[in-house]
Ligand binder design. Sequence first.
Ligand code: ZN
Ligand code: ZN
Length: 172
Amino acid sequence: MKLKVEALSNKEKDFIDFDLEENISSLNYYGVDYNLISPIHISGRISRAGRNYFVKSTVDLTVESSCSRCLVDVSCPIKYNIDAYLMREEYDEGDYEDYDVFRVDGSEIDFMKIVNSTLSFNMPQRILCSEDCQGICSGCGVDLNFEECKCDAPVDTDDIDPRFAKLKELLK
Ligand SMILES: [Zn+2]
Ligand SMILES: [Zn+2]
């Protein structure tokens, strides 16, 4: 995910349009594992801003993780924008409050670094297979999306352990 930007620094061009992707198999944020089922894709435009650069781009990727209620695998598309200054010079953070700012050096920009440092803020808070997923009953363990809770179900007497059968007879 590296882009050569010599054409900007030597003023040959005012901007470069780019479209880059990289295959990564998994990510881990805050202890949650996400499998990537698409490459990480970033596209946009980088333009000259004095001695620095300004990038306007869109990141998209699809992750797979388990529903936090019922644990079924769910694929989850993620898409967000990165509008950021890429600084070759020292800068005062106060001047760039409304933007992300990254330090870059040289004539090549590693977009993977930029994506990496923005991804954690853009991962879903929790993954759900659907907003109204019923989850798994903590008592009987059934998936409540497909089965009824068995917690209060009467015990089927045929399933009673033979060792208790005698006791059952006595109680009649
Ligand atoms: Zn679910
Ligand atoms: Zn139950």
